[in-house]
Design a binder for this molecule. Structure first.
Ligand code: IMP
Ligand code: MG
Length: 466
């Protein structure tokens, strides 16, 4: 089966681990969007690897493709290759970077920092937005094909000349006398990258369609989350590409009808960067002041039991290690949001959920949003403008005791029925509200500790009985 994996919230849902698990049965793993703004953390065989642009499935020795809508940073790519090798894994399959992928140039990175200096969007400062802008403008863009082809230096010179005013006024280049030197330096650095990546540059649309026609299975890995989609997300606090499943078809040139869509529903939402977040626990300002990863004291946990939501947010953040894999920023945490999940299910056409990090909620009492309200208005829809909308929670709360690793391993072996009843209650309501069954439940960052047995069967029954 061919599969597309997308995040249901604002990214960091744990896609890396699920892709890594699914990759075992795939011939190709493919990235279709974003760039090295993403950070996918995978823990396998006792080793942890963070990848930014290489698809996570390469750790399973599979063939990997980077599609034409990926904003391609050659330095990030080479760092990923090194990270794989250094952690003891081997790249065994083919690696193909689409020739149409746009290259992130050094000035894109600086311009990203400058244009978001006030942190209004809270970008990852990897140059994604400025590179996307050049692509849309169609005069100053540089593709992977340009980078490895003849005339790369002329291409850089022409791009810098066309962007001269912007580069001078934003201080990327100090004076007009330094323009030539700047171009030469960029060329020196990038032509060295080009020599290293030339052998990987190819054409992915024909390749993937031909492989699919031969019966090879393809696993497509989305970066970021559905609510960061440039069209359907919470604009302007979004990334610059389509993160939803349809984006994979448009951007890779593949036939969506051949694919099953798996949505990654992290057990609780997180958000890194700015933007509205209806079920947020505490505030971003408080999160930024915290000591990274500091555990809660017994007294603080007692305060959570008495209703301190800021502390609950911090507790989830430290237990779930919710800090950006790319930027190190604390991730804002929230109560589960079924309104957002149902919207994600709709805009992606999600067939099955994979629930991740549910272990983090063990031992904590939490709620789930089932509607939003603003004044006297109530809606079950996810509004374009989230400002002012407050969550309406289901009246019941959810709770189960934290499971030990041994208990998690036992549950994985026994199957869905062996899960704690409070956890099943939460899953049941998530399924009923979103109309989508669950096929995988991740109980630990470890690849092996993922419950699959009976999950789809049992959670599909919830829908039939509804
Ligand atoms: P950009 O993609 O760097 O332009 O950042 C735009 C917004 O998307 C910011 O809010 C970022 O924090 C967010 N973002 C980008 N990539 C990721 C990701 O991989 N995980 C989570 N948030 C991301
Ligand atoms: Mg991430």
């Amino acid at each position: 089966m061919n599969t597309i994996v997308v995040g249901a919230y604002w990214g960091d849902e744990g896609k890396g681990k699920i892709v890594d698990v699914l990759a075992a049965d795939s011939d190709w793993v493919v990235r279709y969007n974003g760039g090295d703004n993403a950070g996918h953390t995978i823990v396998a065989g006792g080793k942890k690897v963070v990848l930014h642009v290489l698809p996570s499935g390469v750790l399973q020795g599979k063939n990997a493709a980077i599609g034409p809508d990926v904003f391609f940073n050659p330095a990030g790519f080479l760092t990923d290759l090194k990270a794989v090798e250094e952690s003891g894994f081997k790249i065994k399959g083919r690696v193909v970077i689409d020739e149409r992928a746009h290259v992130i140039m050094p000035y894109h990175v600086v311009l990203d920092g400058k244009s978001d200096e006030d942190g209004k969007i809270g970008t990852t400062r990897r140059g994604i937005g400025p590179c996307a802008k050049d692509r849309a403008e169609r005069k100053t863009d540089i593709t992977a094909a340009d980078m490895v082809g003849a005339g790369f230096y002329e291409k850089i010179k022409a791009a810098v000349a066309a962007k001269k005013d912007e580069l001078l006024s934003s201080g990327v280049i100090k004076t007009k006398y330094e323009i030539e030197g700047y171009c030469k330096k960029a060329y020196d650095v990038y032509s060295a990258y080009a020599d290293k990546i030339r052998k990987y540059v190819g054409e992915t649309a024909y390749l993937l369609n031909e492989e699919a026609a031969k019966g090879k299975s393809i696993l497509i890995e989305g970066a970021q989350g559905s609510l960061l989609d440039v069209v359907h997300g919470t604009r302007p606090y979004v990334t610059s590409s389509n993160t939803t499943a349809g984006g994979a078809a448009a951007n890779l040139g593949i036939d969506l009808r051949r694919f099953k869509v798996i949505g990654i529903a992290k057990a609780y939402p997180t958000r890194v960067g700015e933007g509205h977040f209806p079920t947020e626990l505490g505030s971003y300002e408080d999160a930024k002041k915290e000591e990274k990863g500091k555990q809660l004291t017994v007294a603080e946990k007692r305060n959570v039991a008495e209703g301190d939501e800021t502390l609950l947010g911090r507790w989830i953040r430290s237990d779930g290690f919710e800090y950006g894999a790319t930027t190190g920023r604390p991730r804002r945490t929230g109560h589960p949001d079924f309104v957002a999940l149902r919207y994600s299910a709709m805009i992606n056409g999600i067939d099955e959920w994979a629930i991740t990090k549910i272990d983090v909620l063990g031992g904590k009492t939490f709620k789930a949003a089932v509607a939003y309200k603003k004044g006297s208005e109530i809606t079950e829809r996810f509004p374009f403008r989230l400002e002012g909308w407050k969550p309406v929670y289901k009246s019941r709360t959810y709770f189960w005791q934290a499971m030990s690793e041994r208990e998690c391993i036992e549950a994985v072996e026994k199957g869905y029925d062996a899960l704690p009843s409070g956890m099943k209650q939460y899953i049941k309501e998530l399924v009923a509200y979103t109309g989508v069954p669950v096929s995988m439940i991740s109980l630990s960052p470890k690849r092996e500790i993922t419950l699959i047995k009976d999950a789809l069967k049992r959670t599909s029954e919830y829908l039939r009985r509804k």
